[in-house]
Design a protein around this ligand. Structure first.
Ligand code: ADP
Ligand code: MG
Length: 243
């Protein structure tokens, strides 16, 4: 059966202008992410990875080119409809976790459900379920994010990203701030979610993370210059954990 395209970019260009200075974020990128995909995007700093992820995630608009999300041309939508589409379809994970420290762990995970108007008891149930699904523990729920390790905080952030059951999770350098053991746990969570059918795009410059995906897209100077198969033996999960 043909897999459904979730996000399609056609010849996407992003130009940043500040006064007389023009910087190219993307120079013409076309790609399609399908249901069930697990893609890694690799490239050096400044190559356009974050720009690409933000445009795929409807957080930013292209200067030219087409972005089709779940069959809808995003350029035709008001910012209100875009926000609704984002909330319904997408989950985000960031390098800095972006958790709200004055809220508890469970309240952080509930945040995207508040935007949807889910009643409190149901929110709590879904948040707890999401945390357990990413290998978190019930004892974390009442804590503040700062009381957890970096690896634990990132798992909370992944729980927040999946609590709405998004079709696609977009992660920007999710292991960039983590030690190897925590990076390994985060990748394990992504792999398990993907095995259950969750589509994931992870931006990384860590080859041990990228090699865990199904496909690696290489980006340089705002262009995808290669698409290659990973080497599973180079995946961080293939290595013996150091104890
Ligand atoms: N808001 C912005 N204003 C101006 N230039 C930007 C902005 N965001 C990114 N850029 C530029 O676009 C290029 C790609 O940036 P980015 O997508 O952040 O790359 P990466 O995530 O791969 O490090 C870089 O040259 C960067 O300086
Ligand atoms: Mg970046």
């Amino acid at each position: 059966m043909a897999r459904r395209p979730l996000v399609r970019l056609v010849n996407v260009v992003k130009v940043y202008r500040a006064g007389d200075t023009v910087t190219y974020g993307l120079r013409g990128v076309s790609l399609t992410v399908y249901e069930g995909d697990f893609l890694a995007v690799m490239g050096p700093s400044g190559s356009g990875k974050t720009t690409l992820l933000n445009i795929m995630g409807l957080l930013d608009k292209p200067t030219s080119g087409v972005v089709i999300v779940d069959g809808v041309d995003a350029s035709r939508l008001s910012s209100r409809r875009l926000a609704a589409l984002r909330n319904r379809l997408l989950g985000f994970v960031f390098q800095q976790f972006n958790l709200v420290n004055r809220l508890s762990v469970v309240e952080n995970i509930e945040l995207p459900l508040i935007a949807r108007g889910v009643p409190p008891r149901e929110r709590r149930r879904l948040a707890e379920e999401a945390l357990l699904r990413v290998g978190g523990e019930a004892s974390w729920l009442a804590k503040k994010p700062s009381q957890l390790s970096g690896g634990q905080q990132q798992r909370v952030a992944i729980a927040r990203a999946i609590v709405t059951k998004p079709k696609l999770v977009l992660a920007d350098e999710p292991t960039g701030n983590l030690d190897r053991a925590s990076a390994r746990q985060v990748v394990e969570v992504f792999r398990d979610l993907n095995r259950e059918g969750q589509a994931i795009v992870v931006v990384t410059h860590d080859p041990e993370v990228a090699n865990c995906a199904q496909k690696i897209l290489v980006i340089r100077d705002g262009l995808i210059i290669a698409s290659r198969d990973p080497s599973p033996s180079q995946c961080i999960l293939a290595r013996q954990p150091r104890t």
